[in-house]
Design a protein around this ligand. Structure first.
Ligand SMILES: Cc1ncc(COP(=O)(O)O)c(C=O)c1O
Length: 431
């Protein structure tokens, strides 16, 4: 390759790994906060809330989560999904050479948890959709394999039954990482309740947002107490953190300049290379537990609305030039509603959305492409390699409203319709 071509392809790669541009004024955020300031204050300052002992709260919220998973395990509430995953892996660990198979098209927290548990990650390619499949996992199984982490990427269910059978035949543990799929089922069984352990997350980008926190679902109830004893006490500053989060959320609707990530990094890979690897093993804090208790009864209605929005996208975007809609969204619960488009078109499409006040992002830069994780891939992972350049995630939460979703559809449908021809009045209309 000539130096000129080399520089050209480096420039092209830089273009592809850049964060999507943020709107100057956000009309349709990707991850809105589902609760208002008044609700937050009621939850955090309420008299009944203040009186209940933290362990009582955690037990009550944990039992509520367990019930929603069909009572298939006991639930331990943790400070994050990463913490829950690390605890599960620690419980499974027998030695320092234990290997854990995970999808490379994934959130970096998953590989961080494997390393945090002192085990060896083995990066695996995706199958037909965004998830691991029996065909991609099977060749990686070996005498050192201790567990497979079945992440349901973007909230679309992996082939849980088939993967569970494969793991049982191979004598390895299965961890059902439903951090993005709480509320979704496969074969009539809730995700998070498959395998030996389940993992949930209640962070901002997840199906249910409780200001943070996670859950470990233990099928073997005898493990719960020993695992609970590994957890430190919950951090105490949560109320102030939640208020700060809400303030940033409100402010970011006016100007994106307050967002710390966009100030520090413009490139996803730079940000990921600097990703913190220190996972704290602590219990869920009282504020998140209380927010969780108020949000849990809404899980179903959020899910119904998000599914409805996803179906609307599938139907309305089917014939948009250059955009492919993944058919699984017609039935699945979207945690991230992800379109596929040609790599060279993605920056322009993201800029087009941004100009109309719509936030978008793209996910996932394959873990094995990051310098610190490269050694954990045994061979090329061609599907991950091809996928990340083509994804574009658009707003689709159960707490968006119809007008916002319709605005996104109009924006996407107008992408090729020469923006100059559109009247200024049309441009100003929004949700
Ligand atoms: C698939 C998956 N697993 C685990 C986690 C970790 O959850 P948390 O952010 O609560 O630590 C995440 C977070 O984004 C995730 O997407």
């Amino acid at each position: 390759m000539s130096p000129a071509v080399d520089a050209g392809s480096r420039q092209q790669m830089r273009e592809r790994t850049r964060y999507n541009p943020l709107p100057a004024r956000i009309r349709v955020p990707l991850y809105p906060v589902p609760w208002s300031l008044a609700q937050l204050l009621r939850v955090s300052l309420g008299r009944t809330a203040a009186k209940e002992a933290p362990w009582g709260l955690l037990a009550r919220a944990g039992a509520d989560v367990a019930e929603r998973l069909g009572g298939r395990g006991q639930v331990l509430l943790t400070s994050s999904g990463t913490c829950a995953l690390t605890l599960a892996l620690r419980a499974l660990k027998r030695g320092d050479t234990d290997e854990v198979i995970l999808c490379s098209f994934n959130c970096p927290s998953v590989i961080e948890a494997v390393l945090g548990a002192g085990m060896v990650p083995v990066c695996c390619d995706v199958g037909e959709a965004f998830n691991l499949s029996v065909d991609t996992v099977r060749p990686l199984l070996g005498p050192r394999t201790r567990a497979v982490i079945m992440t349901h990427v973007f909230g679309l269910g992996a082939a849980a039954g088939a993967l569970q059978r494969l793991c049982q035949e191979a004598g390895v543990a299965l961890i059902d990482d439903a951090a993005q799929a709480f509320g979704e089922s496969e074969e009539g069984r809730p995700l998070g309740s498959w395998g030996d352990f389940g993992v949930l997350s209640f962070g901002r980008h997840k199906p249910l947002f409780a200001g943070g926190g996670g859950a470990l679902v233990c099928r073997d109830r005898a493990l719960v107490e020993p695992l609970r004893r590994q957890l430190g006490p919950a951090p105490r500053r949560r109320r102030r953190d939640a208020l700060a989060l809400l303030a940033v959320d409100r402010a970011s609707r006016v100007s994106s300049s307050v967002r710390a990530s966009s100030l520090r990094f413009t490139d996803v890979v730079d940000a990921l290379e600097a990703y913190p690897s220190d996972v704290k093993l602590t219990a869920m804090d009282g504020l998140s537990a209380r927010l969780l208790l108020t949000q849990l009864p809404l899980l179903e209605s959020y899910g119904l609305r998000a599914r409805r929005f996803a179906r609307r996208y599938v139907e309305a975007l089917r014939d948009v030039d250059g955009v492919t809609v993944v058919p699984a969204y017609a039935r699945g619960l979207p945690n991230f509603f992800t379109l596929l488009c040609p790599p060279e078109q993605r920056p322009a499409l993201a800029a087009h959305l941004s100009a109309r006040g719509i936030e978008s992002t793209w996910l996932y830069y394959p873990l094995h492409r990051l310098s610190r994780f490269q050694r954990f891939a045994r061979s090329a992972l061609p599907r991950c390699e091809a996928l990340w350049m083509r994804t574009l995630c658009i707003p689709c939460r159960g707490w968006h409203d119809e007008a916002q979703i319709e605005w996104v559809i109009r924006a996407l449908r107008s992408f090729r319709a020469a923006p100059a021809a559109r009247s200024a009045r049309q441009e100003r209309q929004g949700p």
